[in-house]
Design a protein around this ligand. Structure first.
Ligand code: GAL
Length: 997
């Protein structure tokens, strides 16, 4: 039992101080000619339930650890069968009792024996830990080296004198909880362990202790400045620039600058008496000028993401390949910026950012969000006893990462409220590195920062800020200062589940207001941990799946890529919305405007081409020659003369910009930007539908003896008017449907009831609408079925009139919906759903594709002919929810293996969703393994859908994308397809069809 007050003696893991025995922090470099030994691999491991359960005799040479387990290093022990992961967002999973931690404090003893290489020279050496969560005590050959905290920050100990040629014993005791845990309340899994490399590095006499590359670029002269400060002194050579200069000396030389778009690096070498270090130098200057953040004199626009380090099997243990994959995937999706939420990443990641080109906001390993739960009482950043720990963290980040051109801003941390500790960090950083602006979001006064940063400000507020017309701060001086700052959204567009919606509207604001310099989508990756059910089915686990006492469910899965890094539809949308080249067609005038929205690059790296598509089938195509077009400039291109179309059909132009040559991040031909626009001669737009020529005469409904009514290919239940058969196939429905399995964004923020649209939907019964048949009328050429669709316990309804008619093999349904009573909530969807044979597994459609789209996330859908299996139409969100809609579908054909099936045409175009389970099953599912194929293929033909928004943490659906109940009319035509009907080919409709549409 500890009765100690913080000022009294507490064990080192509860001490607010950062640690003992470490060397001063310094730059990180991947290689030099000094030898190094990786101490990764299999270590011996023993877990204890408390920090003091065992003595430290294990650290002594000769200790017999034969009975211990083995554990790979780097790793998190809960991912290797010891204890379990736990997830909380804001709340600490232990009592707020700083700096004390629970007595139940899982403690992992790690042991590693190692020999030195035969040619190890002896002398000084350091032992470096790149990341240990959350607190460690270290011994080498029985001698204690010290203790440290600061999970995502490096620490080094001098060990030369302790090393032996053979049989060295490295012992590390790691505590899951420490005073440091109070500073590390990031929204992520709690995962203790030695999760980054452990390395022994030779320090020869005269080796580099530390160095600082100061590089600038003067856009007015085209000159770069270079000075490398180094301890001890030495020389810097840059062969390409013919430079060979002493450290400490500044030179000015004509260079090509470094930017995220054109990441020009110069190979260099730093040499001191004892060590040679290869450097890669990028010349660039960052400044806030005239209220704008500029690099090399130009305003930049962040097309960013927040990146946590995550792997579904290894947690925050990432290999180089995964880091590179992340960056390649980002670059290929037009992303140009990363905020390293909420801690400095693996140091090698920043080398890759330098190389591939990425603006980086490097964030300190600091978050105390859980103190908000108690009104920020006792917040460490406002308690000076913690200031040394905060300064230690700031220094360890800045010293480690200061030599990266990609790092353009330092961030003090995330969600720590306000306090003098943050100011102390800011002033230390400013003093050490005046060349980079400082970011922090949590203090609205911006007292310590150079930029005004917010998270999840909605569109309207962002626009107000863009006009520098936001509500004032109480303090006039601070207000003036802040109003003069550039603005960025360090988090926006919460990418949880299906979404985010509203990206295009944000981008318009960023491109309109100079002050709005873009943002960082929250976040890059879903942190779902890969697990298997008893029968071996793989799935992703989230909060609560490990029996946590407190947890925040699937809030940990809110990324643009799935846990295995498969892009989600949200990423595909983001790529389109942020494309750095805007292409606009003007078919009336036969022109295409290309706007170069790069900040630095001209268009010479891109090849532009056009194609002309008739009914979604590409016909003629060719290339454009684009004149030299600098950043911010536009070019006008002439469309070729319109190709002859086979009659009055719907046609589109598609113009694409692809990489002209291979780059470091994608091959030649990779698509960067595109646009599509309707050809001028036919104003069909998004609503157009081209149907087949009517075949045969109109039918009249024929009542039969068996209680059915036959109308063309349709057989109906005479009493209810329900369609039972289409051609030879059984069908269920169609009937009016308004429900969707709520998305994470529909579910809002669990802790804010008023954001929970799903609950209000359920309260008003939208998931249990009843259908009362008001009347079935057979008359003339039609069968008319009137229904009143309404929830129990309410008097509001959707009166629905379905009018059926048939011509030849075509069965047409006209639906008219009239809301009755008071409808305050938006409808999730408005359309019909029908059940078909589960054998119809392949889908071809003409409309938006290839991927999923929703009203406020549809920029990436292009009109074409697409094919997919039903399975591939499903988007496997980690927590199942509404997904898979395809936009603007003119027609779709669903077929079985023998080619038979059904064709559905819509007037106007419709949203198509087909899934092997019902909405009810999707709604009930908590994990992907809950979704079991049913004996029906459920097909939704929607006239309209409610948008997605990003209310899981941010704005709700914008008014333009809200689906309010209102009178609506829409129709579908069903055509049975038999096995002999070949694949659909574009067909010129008869002129009479045109008139009917
Ligand atoms: C922010 C926070 C992030 C994450 C996000 C919601 O408040 O900075 O770490 O929690 O909300 O997913």
């Amino acid at each position: 039992m500890h009765e100690a007050e913080p000022s009294e003696a507490v064990p080192y893991y509860e001490d607010m101080a950062p640690g003992t025995g470490a060397l001063p922090p310094r730059a990180w470099w991947a290689v030099s000619d000094a030898r190094r030994v990786s101490l990764g691999g299999d270590w011996r491991f023993r877990l204890s339930p408390t920090a003091q359960a065992r003595d430290d005799s294990f650290a002594q040479p000769g200790y017999d650890a034969a009975g211990w387990d083995e554990l790979p290093v780097p790793s998190h022990w809960p991912l290797h069968g010891h204890e379990r992961p736990a997830y909380t967002n804001i709340r600490y999973p232990f009592p707020l009792d700083p700096p004390h931690v629970p007595t139940e404090n899982p403690t992992g003893d790690h042991l590693r024996m190692f020999d030195l290489p035969d040619d190890w020279p002896g002398g000084a050496a350091v032992l470096r830990f790149d990341g240990v969560d959350s607190c460690a005590r270290v011994w080498l050959n029985g001698t204690e080296l010290g203790t440290f905290k600061g999970s995502r920050l490096p620490v080094e100990f001098e060990v030369g004198e302790l090393l032996r040629p053979r049989g060295n014993v490295l012992a590390v005791r790691v505590h899951q909880w420490s005073s440091g845990s109070y500073l590390e309340d990031q929204d992520m899994w709690w995962l203790p362990g030695i999760f980054r490399e452990v390395t022994l590095i030779e320090r020869p006499e005269g080796a580099v202790t530390d160095f600082f590359v100061h590089c600038g670029y003067d856009h007015a002269t085209g000159n770069g400045t270079l000075r490398v400060d180094c301890e001890p002194g030495g020389t810097v050579t840059v062969p390409e620039l013919d430079l060979d200069i002493p450290t400490g000396e500044q030179v000015v030389v004509a260079v090509e600058p470094w930017t995220a778009e054109l990441p020009r690096l110069y190979d260099a070498e730093l040499a001191t008496e004892g060590e040679r270090i290869p450097l890669r130098i990028g010349f660039r200057s960052v400044a806030v000028e005239d209220g704008v953040l500029k690099v090399n004199g130009r305003r930049i626009l962040f097309r960013g993401v927040n990146r946590h380090e995550f792997d579904p099997d290894h947690g925050r243990v990432l290999d180089q390949e995964t880091m590179r994959d992340d960056l390649l995937l980002m670059k290929r999706h037009n992303i140009n910026a990363v905020r390293t939420s909420h801690y400095p990443p693996h140091p090698a990641f920043l080398d890759l950012c330098d190389e591939l080109g990425m603006w980086v906001v490097d964030e300190c390993d600091l978050e105390t969000h859980g103190f908000q739960e108690i009104g920020w009482r006792g917040n460490p950043v406002a308690d000076e006893r913690w200031t040394p720990a905060l300064l230690d963290r700031a220094a360890r980040m800045v010293e480690r990462d200061k030599n990266h051109p990609s790092v353009v801003m330092w961030s003090l941390g995330n969600e720590c409220g306000t306090g003098a500790g943050l100011s102390a960090m800011a002033s230390w950083i400013r003093d050490r590195d005046p060349a980079r602006p400082i970011h922090y979001e949590g203090d609205l006064s911006c007292a310590d920062t150079d930029v005004y940063s917010r998270m999840y400000a909605n569109h309207a507020e962002s626009e107000l800020i863009g006009r520098r017309a936001e509500l004032p701060l109480a303090d006039a001086e601070l207000d003036k200062r802040r109003r003069d700052m550039p603005f960025l959204l360090c988090e926006y567009a919460h990418a949880m589940g299906n979404g985010p919606g509203g990206l295009s509207e944000y981008q318009r604001i960023f491109e309109t207001y100079e002050r709005c310099q873009g943002g960082f989508v929250w976040e890059w990756i879903d942190h779902g941990l890969r697990r298997r059910t008893a029968d071996g089915t793989a799935y992703y686990a989230y909060g609560g799946d490990f029996g946590e006492e407190l947890h925040d469910g699937n809030f940990v899965c809110d990324g643009l890529v799935f846990p295995d890094r498969t892009p989600s539809p949200g990423l595909v949308e983001y790529k389109k919305v942020i494309e750095p080249v805007r292409i606009e067609g003007d078919p009336e005038r036969g022109l295409v405007t290309v706007v170069n929205r790069h900040d630095f690059a001209d268009l010479s790296g891109l090849a532009f081409s056009w194609s002309y598509e008739v009914e979604g089938v590409a016909g003629d195509g060719g290339r454009f020659t684009v004149p030299p077009t600098g950043p911010g400039e536009s070019a006008l291109l002439d469309l070729p003369p319109m190709p002859r179309s086979p009659g009055p059909v719907e046609a589109h132009w598609t113009v694409r910009a692809v990489l002209a040559e291979d780059t470091a991040w994608a091959p030649a031909g990779h698509e960067v930007a595109w646009t599509q626009f309707a050809a001028a001669d036919r104003a069909v737009g998004g609503q157009g539908t081209v149907s087949r020529a009517h075949r045969g005469a109109a039918h009249s409904p024929r009542p039969a003896d068996d209680g059915t009514v036959v109308l063309g290919p349709g057989t109906f239940d005479a009493a209810t008017g329900t369609l039972r058969r289409l051609g030879g196939a059984r069908v269920h429905g169609p009937r009016l449907d308004v429900w969707r399995a709520p998305t994470d964004n529909d579910r809002g923020m669990p802790w804010h009831h008023e954001t929970r649209l799903d609950l209000r939907w359920r309260e008003s019964g939208l998931h249990r609408m009843q259908h009362r048949v008001v009347g079935v009328a057979v008359g003339g050429d039609t069968l008319t079925v009137t229904t009143r669709v309404a929830p129990a316990a309410a008097d509001r309804a959707l009166r629905t009139v379905c009018t059926w008619s048939a011509t030849g093999d075509r069965l047409r349904l006209d639906v008219a919906v009239t809301p009755e009573g008071e409808w305050r909530l938006p409808l999730p969807r408005l359309g019909v759903r029908l059940g078909l044979s589960p054998g119809l597994e392949s889908v071809e459609w003409y409309g938006g594709g290839p991927g999923e789209a929703y009203p406020d996330s549809r920029a990436a859908a292009r009109i074409g002919r697409w094919r997919s299996s039903v399975d591939a139409l499903q988007t496997p969100y980690v927590r199942p929810q509404e997904n898979g809609a395809r936009a603007e579908v003119r027609w779709a054909e669903l077929r079985g293996g023998d080619g038979s099936g059904v064709r559905i045409e819509g007037a106007p175009a419709f949203w198509l969703t087909a899934r092997p389970w019902s909405t009810e099953a999707l709604d009930a599912a908590e994990h992907t393994y809950d979704l079991v194929r049913s004996d029906t293929l459920w097909v939704h033909l929607d006239h309209a859908l409610h948008g997605l928004g990003s209310a899981s943490c941010g704005p709700e659906v914008l008014p333009a994308h809200r689906l309010d109940a209102a009178p609506a009319a829409f129709s579908f035509t069903f055509v049975p397809l038999d096995a002999t009907n070949g694949p659909e080919r574009p067909e010129a409709p008869a002129p009479s069809d045109q008139e009917q549409q």
